[in-house]
Design a protein around this ligand. Sequence first.
Ligand code: GLU
Length: 411
Amino acid sequence: MCSRQIARSLSRALMSRPFTPSVNIARLKESATLAVAAKARSLRAQGIPVIDLGAGEPDFDTPAFIREAAAAAVEAGATRYTATEGIPALREAIAADANRLLPSGAEPFTGAQVVVSNGSKQSLYNACVACFGPGDEVLVPTPSWTSYYEMLELARATAVPVFGTAAQGLKVTAEQLAAAATPRTRGLMLNSPCNPTGAVYTRAELDAILSLADQHGWWVISDEIYLRIAYDAPATSVLQCAPARDRLILINGVAKAYAMTGWRIGWSIAPLEVTRAMIAVQSHTTSNPAAVSQHAALAALTRVDDANAAIDAMVRAFHRRRDAVLEALGAARALAVHPAGAFYLYLDVSSFGGDDPGARFSAALLDAHQVAVVPGSAFLTPSWIRASYATTEAIAVDGVQRMVRLLAAGA
Ligand code: GLU
């Protein structure tokens, strides 16, 4: 064999070696919520009429005034890089939007504290890697959105699930958090209204949790992406609780309330030094979010009356669906967390038995009834399943009726 042949066969041998994931991602799991959405799409593409209650994505179109602003921005040249942290006008508009929630007399946020990102998911990731690292423990009220656990894993920190009880709508109390804390606890993830349960923390519950975090100097990462989507009463933001804000990172975005999932615009508001750290992270990973999307978000946040009218109409529709799916549940309603916000129904299917009743129920529901839902194991609570009613009322009710039939039939 000549040396060139030897080199070629060596490089072929190297290429055929199995991939060993790096230590960074060795334990990382793919997003279960996105995986269910992908599966539903692929079954539909094969002609199977799946009812998709998996994805947490509003079925509404982005309001017309936002789409028009985006089209005008492209024509006006919004096609280039922007500053990593976003265009100044949007950063200011985001600060102004948050300032509306602050108690009177509180020092307002400025645009300099804002980092605009490719969706609140990126902002949550930026915050986790900026604040936490190896040896740090972070309390995660559980069930929580699947990506919190994995983002903390990517930050090489330790997610410490703190389980809520069914009697308290799976919310956690300050006492439970205190009991789970150790000297290594560095922070806490908050999310109200909650994905996956739809539970909403009261002002008193948030006050108690924030004051505990303040006493211990914990970082609080508050994901308020569902804040505007609440039914029984307006949801409380941590900003209304007037906490010490030197350890608070507020996360929000336009995806859910403004029906702008595909535009990928989220943001963080944080103390300046944390903001600088998150800008550095983002500067080396994605740079700025899409210029056109930033202009769309700018219209959403600055044309306040138009936006409020659009959001109110969408929330009224979600509210009707929430009521309709609760009615469709009938007696099985006793198995659900009361969905006071977001657009999820969280249902106890432990009657299906086994180690992972939620996975058994979800698989049977898809096979026998063509309804896609997310197994609760994605949120570390395998006895449950999550169904999203961010779809038409008729489809949501049809899907829930099929769930009820399966529950009645048993495993
Ligand atoms: N947040 C939504 C959900 O939980 C969208 C999918 C995702 O990013 O997880 O379904």
